[in-house]
Design a protein around this ligand. Structure first.
Ligand SMILES: N[C@@H](CCC(=O)N[C@@H](CS)C(=O)NCC(=O)O)C(=O)O
Length: 211
């Protein structure tokens, strides 16, 4: 049995979205970060950072949202959420998954940390402008890589699209508009997927109204 530990409006939506795309059965355990549940010993035993998401698969514990999503894709091969291992398509898929985490997400996380996540003495407001510029550079690279394709790898929807689409939604929440028409259409196409709507509903329901 798969169990995902998550919280509404966090990176755990990537995992729940992937599970919904895979058609997997799973339990969802809400970790109320605002109430400090992430810092309780039971949860720290699973995820020593006290962060979400965490996945437990029959006793196997995995953290890091991208690692969890790629694991789910490989565990449910019939859902075709990842190209076959050893292929060039798989290498491109890895490229875009790592790009999403290290180039596209990084400036958004920097903005979040220096706006509210870090303790006040560690926040450096002047870094925000640099982070916005870094995001624009990453978006330019993504737009060029996407070109006129429907999905980022081989015209086949994959976890790379989930990681990118979630990160683009995060950018929208940071009021960083997408400047490229192909990226706007790509994002809209992905945000419209029924599995994402199901994932959002599941997280909201599990976390309770108003979370
Ligand atoms: N690199 C990690 C980041 C996880 C992370 O920072 N999660 C946030 C929510 S999106 C969290 O749990 N924050 C609570 C905290 O920092 O105490 C991943 O992708 O899973």
């Amino acid at each position: 049995m798969l169990t995902v530990y998550g919280y509404a409006s966090t990176r755990s939506i990537r995992v729940v979205w992937t599970l919904e795309e895979a058609g997997a059965e799973y339990q969802y355990v809400p970790i109320n970060l605002r109430a400090g549940v992430g810092s309780q010993p039971d949860y720290l035993a699973l995820n020593m950072s006290g962060k979400v998401p965490t996945l437990v698969d029959s006793g196997f514990v995995l953290t890091e949202s991208a690692a969890i999503c790629t694991y789910i894709a490989d565990r449910f091969p019939e859902a075709r959420l990842a190209p076959a291992a050893g292929t060039q398509e798989r290498a491109s898929y890895n490229q875009w998954c790592y790009f999403a985490m290290s180039e596209l997400e990084q400036p958004l996380w920097t903005i979040a940390k220096h706006r509210f996540a870090l303790p006040k003495p560690f926040r450096v407001p002047s870094v925000l402008e640099t982070a916005r510029w870094e995001f624009a550079v990453a978006a330019e690279v993504l737009a060029a890589g996407l070109g006129s394709h429907t999905f980022i790898v081989d015209e086949q929807f994959s976890v790379a699209d989930i990681l990118i689409a979630h990160t683009l939604a995060w950018a929208r929440a940071c009021e960083l508009p997408l400047e490229h028409e192909n990226l706007k259409a790509y994002a809209a196409r992905l945000w419209d997927r029924p599995a994402l709507a199901s994932a959002r509903q599941r997280e909201q329901a599990e976390n309770g109204a108003g979370s």
